[in-house]
Design a protein around this ligand. Sequence first.
Ligand SMILES: [Zn+2]
Length: 294
Amino acid sequence: MTTTTAGNTGAERVTDRQPTAELGVIGGSGLYALLDDVVEVRVETPYGPPSDALFVGEVAGRRVAFLPRHGRGHGLPPHRINYRANLWALHALGVRQVLGPCAVGGLRAEYGPGTLLVPDQFVDRTSGRVQTYYDGRVLPDGSVPEVVHVSMADPYCPPGRGAALAAARDLAWEPVDGGTLVVVEGPRFSTRAESRWFTANGWSVVGMTGHPEAVLARELGLCYTSLALVTDLDAGVESGEGVTHAEVLEVFARNVDRLRTVLFKALESLPATRDCPCSHALDGLVTGLAGVPS
Ligand SMILES: [Zn+2]
């Protein structure tokens, strides 16, 4: 693990400090920029490198690690993100509660751009993504993961969802409490037929990164909360040319300040000690992974 410290001056210095963090955010690279004093930590994992360095700072006295999901230059498309390395790196720093903001398309006319939805379910429509740590392959340190089947009946952390919802309401940004996030492989957007099918199934929003993030978090016994920001109406709902990437970026930029404020407020109010179902996901299990559960 190597670390550098970046302050407001932009100057960086190498430090021997081994920073730890209790809370994590996987999101856009604009988020860590608000912090005055960020320690940049490069973490090596048995699964290869995470999307970027982790940026560790403080929010209201809590140690928080930020990880830019797509890398700081947004160079990684959703299907090429090393999700296992990302969650492992956060866990290795000591993070036990993770907030995962993401951009999504609305599958109902009432979920227009600017809607914040805190899902309580997801549906996996990805293909080919590695979605488990427990695949029996020997790791570089010689450890061998056991066969482990975690419950995903309720994929998101109840206190985490509560903190996110309360933080949004504090800002008078009334969130949608619950709903189903369908996660597609991407990087292309949905066809109209796919989108109409998602809506017909009763699903709420569609994104590209919520899976396998939530699953891998659960497999490490971490709390995970998704905050889905609607940037567009998906192709089956709107009548124009369909979603464009420029449209997504424009709406995200317009909302990023208040999303950042919601995240910071939610981080402040996450419980100091955990007793939620996610914290007990690995109780009584032997995982074969070093440090898991811990
Ligand atoms: Zn939890």
